[in-house]
Design a protein around this ligand. Structure first.
Ligand code: SF4
Ligand code: SF4
Length: 348
């Protein structure tokens, strides 16, 4: 992977210039005492470090609500698919969220290509930023091997003082900084190594530990399919679905048709859905396959660190900590659950 140095002043000037020319640039900004992704008017608005945003940036490539098809019936039937995408720069994306998007890239490009997702994804330039301190007490990205991006970014910035150390992940990223970058030399790479060692030590000290080994999580969850933990924790669940909504790797959606009263026009849209919600498994006859909240919690956890981990060879929980923070009854955090399962087996 190619790396460059770019002075912070030059980089911010580049982005401000893009904003002035009408480019949509989205970055984390402060919102009351929290953080959220918003379109920015100036790089001065960017929250470079601080709490993780309440919602991940996945909505910019996979919106919460998205019209897929509009149709009109005249003499025959006309069906038009609707694929919309706006060129957007997603700036200041943390490694856990870059990894979340990298996982969605796999899912939406599997077998039936999801045109809507892929078009939006192609139109997004992802500029990540390295976290040098943990963003919140709930995060555990270091334990999930997600403290650096796996894939899926155009540029990745690390603060090395007056400059950003910039790792380039795509041709588009390289072109973007071509006029303002200089090549790194050995001493720059050494400086970066030292910064990352310090960061690793800090994260290892501050973030909660994962007791089982990361690669053993699928086996642990498989063995504990019938654990009483699921019902114990599930008894405290409100079924609110907040844990699904905030998660960067949850990608389930519901599809709804809306037909005009004259039956001549209509549209089909998709909306985020969540496996913790009652209606998620409700079928036409009214039956619900996964009625028990404990069973839903088991399913959610297994999706993250068993089924999809086994299928794709990577955890589907990037350790962002959002679900643990969002859950009012504090039952959903995957690291907590996995540590409890591991502890109950009498292992240390
Ligand atoms: S399961 Fe929770 S901690 Fe893991 S990626 Fe999703 S929201 Fe973040
Ligand atoms: S686990 Fe927590 S956040 Fe998720 S549905 Fe239940 S109460 Fe809501």
């Amino acid at each position: 992977m190619k790396s460059y140095l770019v002075s912070k002043g030059d980089f911010l000037e580049l982005i401000d210039g893009m904003i002035e020319n009408g480019k949509e640039v989205v970055a984390p900004v402060k919102q009351e005492n929290q953080a959220n992704f918003k379109r920015i008017k100036s790089t001065k608005d960017i929250l470079w470090s601080g709490p993780q945003t309440v919602i991940s940036p996945k909505g910019f490539v996979f919106p919460q609500e998205e019209e897929l098809i509009e149709y009109e019936v005249e003499d025959g039937i006309w069906v038009g698919s609707k694929v919309e995408a706006k060129s957007t720069v997603l700036l200041g994306i943390h490694p856990c969220d870059i990894n979340g998007i990298a996982l969605l890239d796999k899912v939406f490009a599997e077998k039936n290509l999801d045109e809507n997702y892929l078009k939006k994804r192609e139109s997004a330039t992802i500029i990540g930023v390295e976290c040098l301190t943990p963003c919140s007490p709930e995060s555990f990205c270091y334990r999930k091997g997600s403290v650096l991006p796996w894939d899926g970014f155009d540029l990745f910035l690390t603060d090395v003082g007056d400059d950003f150390f910039v790792e380039v992940g795509s041709e588009a990223g390289k072109t973007l900084i071509s006029g303002i970058s200089r090549k790194t030399i050995q001493s720059d790479a050494k400086k970066l190594k030292k910064i990352r060692e310090k960061r690793d030590n800090l994260f290892a000290k501050k973030q909660r530990k994962l007791k089982p080994k990361l690669e053993e999580l699928p086996k642990l969850l498989k063995e504990n399919y019938d654990s009483p933990i699921w019902d114990e924790r599930g008894a405290k669940c409100f079924g609110c679905g907040s844990c699904n909504m905030v998660c960067p790797t949850c990608y389930c959606f519901d599809v709804r048709d809306c037909v005009e009263i004259n039956l001549k026009k209509g549209s089909r849209s998709r909306f985020w859905d969540g496996c913790m919600l009652t209606d998620f498994t409700r079928i036409a006859s009214g039956e619900i396959f996964r009625e028990e909240r404990g069973a839903r919690l088991r399913h959610r956890t297994n999706r993250k660190d068993f089924y999809l981990f086994e299928k794709w060879g990577r955890t589907f929980c990037t350790g962002c900590g959002r679900c643990g923070k969002a859950c009012l009854t504090k039952i959903v955090d995957p690291l907590d659950i996995e540590n409890e399962l591991y502890g109950r087996k009498g292992r240390r």
